[in-house]
Design a protein around this ligand. Structure first.
Ligand code: KG4
Ligand code: ZN
Length: 351
């Protein structure tokens, strides 16, 4: 089955054709970065207008690159949550219209579940369930247990900023570049990560224990927080300076990145220890971070699976891929389904 996947939840306008949920025939990603760069962040109104301008061409290109015609598309999948409402509306409406006009099945999918599905599209690494999921993007930070592509139990989240948001805000403050994550990752390569010693959040000291399935879980051990780190880097730099002499931007970036990754790692390793799960699957834009990838790869007792860099950020292939799984089960979405900016189902539901 050849599924056309449409992704317009934020600032990437993407369409892809994936065969049987695993084989990418095409994956066209048009980024809006140049249009948002001067504002140092995504401007929702610009984003939705660009999606309106581009979606037809991007979808057409995806079908042509797959060496197919419109008639060869068997079904359409589109992101309908979470994301920028206006942006979601464009891709969703396009996908619904396409499916209606061709009289083919349509499925609306969750963007974060799709990020977790992305590694299944790579040739080499196909994770088996259950595993621990690390979802890190510009708007979400989620540590979860995944029992199936659509069955996750959220164990930990951020209690304030998302991981990607922290990268973006620090980068914006110091003018390191846009988008922030990639800019900080690059700068860090030439920086001294020991120049500043930023504190780790102490939220894991609190919490309470709960008994589930005969095992004791210490709740909050899987949560993360970034507002303290962000304040330290932006407002209290001198307080945490360790290195003597001239401080370079590269040092600030590297010290921040090291702490940001450590925060994620600590919560994730707690979850791995408590659940006994030894496979970790990462997804979302921050999963492209080079330090996160190398630090996780260094955990020899764990098998860590990352999507290829090209599938870490937003893309239509992950939408088509997970869409196929629902369609193969016979599921369909009604054509009057609407977008949703947030996903209430991601509220914590401990194992
Ligand atoms: O998944 P994504 O493309 O879009 C959302 O769904 O939000 O994630 C975007 C986020 C941004 O915050 C961006 O700064 C971050 O991913 N990001 C990175 C890196 N590349 C992108 N963060 C850290 N290191 C990177 N190399
Ligand atoms: Zn995303």
């Amino acid at each position: 089955m050849k599924v056309l996947g449409i992704e317009t939840s934020c600032d990437e306008c993407s369409a892809s054709v994936v065969e049987d949920g695993e084989k990418i025939l095409s994956n066209v990603i048009m980024t809006q970065i140049p249009f948002h760069a001067q504002w140092n962040g995504v401007v929702p109104e610009i984003a939705s207008r660009k999606h309106v301008e581009w979606i037809y061409t991007v979808a057409e290109e995806a079908i042509v690159k797959a060496e197919l015609g419109v008639k060869d598309i068997d079904a359409v999948a589109a992101t309908n949550r979470p994301g920028l409402f206006g942006s979601l509306l464009v891709g969703l409406s396009f996908a619904k219209a396409f499916a209606w006009a061709r009289n083919i099945p349509f499925i609306a999918v969750d963007h974060m579940l799709a990020h977790l599905y992305a590694p299944r599209l790579s040739e080499t690494q196909k994770p088996e369930y259950p595993f621990l999921g690390l979802l890190v993007s510009g708007g979400h930070t989620i540590i979860c247990r995944a029992d199936d592509f659509d069955n996750i139990t959220v164990m930990g989240t951020t209690i304030d900023d998302a991981a990607g948001e922290a990268f973006d805000k620090v980068s914006k403050f110091y003018g390191f570049g846009y988008p922030g994550g990639e800019a900080i990752d690059k700068l860090s390569r030439n920086g001294d990560s020991e120049a500043f010693r930023f504190p780790l959040p102490s939220l894991h000291k609190g919490g309470f224990t709960a008994d589930m399935d005969g095992r004791s879980f210490h709740l909050h051990r899987y949560d993360v927080s970034y507002s303290g780190l962000k304040t330290a880097v932006v407002n209290q730099l001198e307080m945490f300076k360790v290195k003597k002499g001239v401080i370079k931007n590269e040092d600030i970036a590297a010290s921040f990145q090291k702490t940001a990754v450590e925060i994620l790692l600590r919560a994730l390793l707690n979850a791995a220890e408590d659940t006994g799960l030894s496979t970790i699957v990462a997804g979302g834009g921050v999963a492209a971070n080079s330090l996160l990838r190398s630090r996780l790869a260094g955990q020899k007792h764990l098998r860590c699976i990352f999507p290829p860099l090209s599938l870490c950020g937003d893309n239509g292939a992950m939408i088509a891929g997970i869409g196929y799984q629902y369609l193969a089960r016979g599921e369909r979405s009604p054509l009057d389904i609407t977008p949703s900016a947030r996903v209430t189902g991601f509220k914590k539901k401990y194992p």
